[in-house]
Design a protein. Sequence first.
Length: 232
Amino acid sequence: MSKQSGATLTPMAIAVLALLQEAPMHPYEMYQLLLKRRQDNLVKIRPGSLYHTVTRLAEQDMLCAEGTEREGNRPERTTYRITESGTAALRSRISDIIRKPIREYPIFPVAVAESHNLSADEAVALFEERIGWLDNDVMEFEAIRGWAESHAVPRRYWMVIDLLRDQTLSEVRWLRRLVAEIRDGSLPWEEFDESGTRLPHRTGDLGHDWGKALTDEVLAHLREGGANTADH
């Protein structure tokens, strides 16, 4: 199996191959097990995408059919096992992901970047609503890790819950600071008239064009410890 094949593994493909590292199983069993293990915190789990992933991995010889069984009137279920090339691809992909961070482009930062298109009151209300949802996520992560600890589950199997909790807590803290700054005026916000029309920027405000002023040359200079002057 080439490194290129490993690099094509999607999150669902990683999840499928990782399950088959444990034991052969059929796709429906994989689906149920992923949900029971709360892997939906990490991967978007849909039956259709899982079955499609299994088919694609079989076509790429990363897994193979081991047998077919039928229970009562249920449809036949094919059991799959991972191949040597599948194991190699899985390990290669995990290593590549851990080794070097990549830009994954989640959607929330896009909304944050454009939130100035909303009024201050609307933005604050929406950020506070998001904080409420995130607080619920934190409580769930805490409950999961507490249960795992009390049942002596080896931490290597659930340490990702700590990562998810800490990432969520970090976002909550940032959002609370943001809301406070908008409320007290330390973060100047867009102004709108009564009809909802945005008022013009003040003269000299770079606004959206701040990225043009921060050229690659200026950024390289700053990275090297150069002074942040008006000329740069």
